[in-house]
Design a protein around this ligand. Sequence first.
Ligand SMILES: Cc1cc2nc3c(=O)[nH]c(=O)nc-3n(C[C@H](O)[C@H](O)[C@H](O)COP(=O)(O)OP(=O)(O)OC[C@H]3O[C@@H](n4cnc5c(N)ncnc54)[C@H](O)[C@@H]3O)c2cc1C
Length: 471
Amino acid sequence: MSILNVKQGLEAVPGKLAARSFLPFARKPAGIHPQTVLCPFGGFNSKRNFVKNEMKKCAPTVAVIGGGPAGLMAAEMLIQGGVNVVLYDAMPSVGRKFLLAGKGGLNITHSEPREPFLSRYGARRAQIEPLLDAFGPDALREWVHALGVETFVGSSGRVFPREMKAAPLLRAWLHRLRGAGVAIHVRHHWQGWDQAGRLRLAGPEGEIAVAADAVVLALGGGSWARLGSDGAWVPLLEAQGIGVAPLRPANCGFDVGWSEHFSTRFAGQPLKSVALDFVDSTGKRVQRRGEFVVTASGVEGSLIYALSSGMRDEIAANGVATKHLDLMPDKSLERVTEALSRPRGADSMANHLRRKLGLEGVKVGLLRELVAKADFADPVLLAAAIKALPLRLVAPRPLDEAISSAGGVVFEALDVGLMLKTLPGIFCAGEMLDWEAPTGGYLLTACFASGRAAGLGALAWLENQAATPAG
Ligand SMILES: Cc1cc2nc3c(=O)[nH]c(=O)nc-3n(C[C@H](O)[C@H](O)[C@H](O)COP(=O)(O)OP(=O)(O)OC[C@H]3O[C@@H](n4cnc5c(N)ncnc54)[C@H](O)[C@@H]3O)c2cc1C
């Protein structure tokens, strides 16, 4: 293993780095916080930069691990705060999940008022609220605009960049970060700490040990592992005694267990203008409209994702979650019953449904799949099924397929600056924290806000360390 001087990008002589420590806070041992101060970037580009770079030599170095929205935002706060920032990411490029999020239209935040917005964070509202008070949806939009990317509010209240994509925003942001001096090293997978408290990183040249004055971990959750956030950090933090709630799928699809016939015929087909009837976490009965898609084994899509946390927890508790699906939310039960009770002559029930109610395709397929044969032939029972079709969800789809993760580093392990209480100098941000939210821009908003809080938290901690006389 070699020790890398992160500023010079060169291999340094083991033992030399500690001798170059000169900052007051570097003298304070604290848990496994890396103590060694490294020298800043070598290679001055111009005379003008010389003084700046010389001054930077005196500044602490913060390592940010993870180049998603949270890590990049932490890096931005840190570089603006005048410290040296070196960011590592396991993948060949940063922001891969962010780019994927932009594929179907990057929903960066939501325009709804504060109260409903905050309620989206459910049980973690109290922890997320201060982060959003400091950097909420409006501040996020202004920040996006400052990168030269306009935003607009869609008909649902969701906020998107004008071009819908993440790529222009990420490009402009990385340009700004690099210009400000953030050093980005890709293909470096963080593996934990060595005996000396340095970061162990597996890079293209083998394993290296990196010392830094503070560290921000922004390693993401556990979904879509091929984009970098593989959850491999969980045992590393658990080994340090950090509480980590198990990573679970959030905004995920579910298995129903369709018949072969239904699955073959209807997988991939959308169910539009339907509603799900459910009891929310406060015990209130809610009817939520939207659409979802039939998959080979079950269901997925926006309406399902919106209710997925409750359904996932219900399955964990009871082995099954049954929701009632209204296939015709615009028509009352009386109207549907009346229409189906009209004489149908020689018409099959399928034709009757089409002629009298306009029901056909996957909706009728679903009725055939889930309604007993005798009930399908009875207008009253069939009408009841159309208005409240029991949909039995038996398992959430695996974490890797989910849009996001629930679980992560518990907030009890963190102070208000998102520093791990038992590992001073180590901060956490983004989806790796124990919160969840539905889709709609709430995920990215909290990732940006927590990345900002962790970056500012690290700055405040470093300042405090520098101001505290060494013991
Ligand atoms: C298909 C899809 C669509 C989405 N659409 C939206 C949307 O429209 N709106 C929205 O709000 N949210 C959306 N999300 C969710 C959003 O993208 C994530 O919540 C967000 O990217 C999380 O940010 P993060 O910085 O915490 O983690 P990530 O973006 O996951 O970044 C973590 C980074 O850490 C790196 N890393 C992980 N482990 C290590 C390690 N050991 N060593 C070094 N590097 C490591 C990874 O390579 C990665 O680059 C979507 C997600 C998906 C999958």
